[in-house]
Design a protein around this ligand. Structure first.
Ligand code: NDP
Ligand code: 8X3
Length: 248
């Protein structure tokens, strides 16, 4: 296959699993994140295992100058997976840390926009492309103490719908993927590196794993050209709603 996929947040979790499954599907890859060591290790492993080309780009999606400098000379990938994102903290909004709010909004909303903006024009010029935005169940529902993270993911959902509306006429597909609880580094990041607290989030039920989400991404991008998968919500069977987990 001579198709390319660019994945943001490929150094960990869902992005890393997308890299693995897209590589297995034969895509050439461009992997991006801030942690160069992890990206380079993954790139070497995937190139050797699958005989594909893998390029790495290190930048912070919050920094629009860095985003433009890293991406402007590239051709648009066939598939852009906007996955980089995070939650910080878990508290009522009236007790929230305003720096956490800035980081979540800058990463999850503005970062996704900066990256998409660079490639949308190039995809339009080419007349093809597929943008996959990783949202969350937190972008479909809200849960107590999730407030600003939920707002940022509702924004991702709105942007996904807007992109689809505005890009379909140019031959570009847009898909939203909205997972519930997936055990990755997400909760470790959310709790500022407190691994013991993060572990408790996934105790007493069978959480999703990153490969469950990557599997859906690969499926969505491999449909025939007349089929667009608009939206996929993927939950653990034991999480019937956001913020509700049936623990044993
Ligand atoms: P991880 O923490 O394991 O991975 C997050 C990835 O995002 C890392 O590769 C990280 O790379 C990258 N990233 C974070 N901030 C930036 C930044 N400023 N610039 C560039 N890259 C950045 O978490 P997940 O894999 O779980 O999260 C991936 C996506 O899935 C996120 O958008 C998250 O909101 C979403 N999601 C996660 C769920 C879950 O339960 N885990 C459920 C629903 C959605 P680096 O630090 O190297 O820059
Ligand atoms: C993360 C989903 O429900 O773990 O986006 O907060 S949840």
């Amino acid at each position: 296959m001579n198709k390319t996929a660019l994945i943001t947040g490929a150094s960990s979790g869902i992005g890393l699993a997308c890299a693995e499954l897209m590589a297995a599907a034969g895509y050439q890859l461009i992997l991006t994140a801030r942690r160069a060591d992890r990206l380079n290790e993954l790139a070497a492993e995937l190139a050797a295992k699958h005989g594909i080309g893998v390029k790495t780009l290190v930048f912070d999606v919050r920094n629009k100058q860095e985003v433009a400098a890293a991406l402007k000379s590239l051709d648009a990938p066939d598939v852009l997976i906007n996955n980089a994102g995070l939650a910080l903290g878990l508290s009522h909004f009236y007790a929230g840390d305003t720096d956490h709010w800035d980081t979540m909004i800058d990463t999850n909303v503005k970062g996704l926009l900066y990256v998409s903006r660079v490639f949308a024009e190039k995809m339009i010029a080419r007349g093809s492309g597929h943008i996959v935005n990783v949202g969350s169940i937190a972008g479909k529902e809200v849960y107590e103490n999730g407030n600003v993270y939920c707002a940022s993911k509702h924004a991702v959902d709105a942007l996904t719908k807007s992109m689809r509306l505005e890009l379909a006429a140019h031959g570009i597909k847009v898909t939203g993927i909205h997972p519930g609880a997936v055990e990755t580094e997400f909760s470790i990041v959310r709790f500022g590196g407190d691994e013991a607290r993060a572990k408790k989030v996934y105790e007493g039920f069978e959480n999703l794993v990153a490969a469950d989400i990557a599997d859906a991404v690969v499926w969505a991008v491999s449909r025939p050209s007349h089929v667009n998968i608009n939206d996929i919500v993927i939950m653990p069977s034991a999480q019937p709603a956001a913020g509700m987990v049936l623990r044993k």
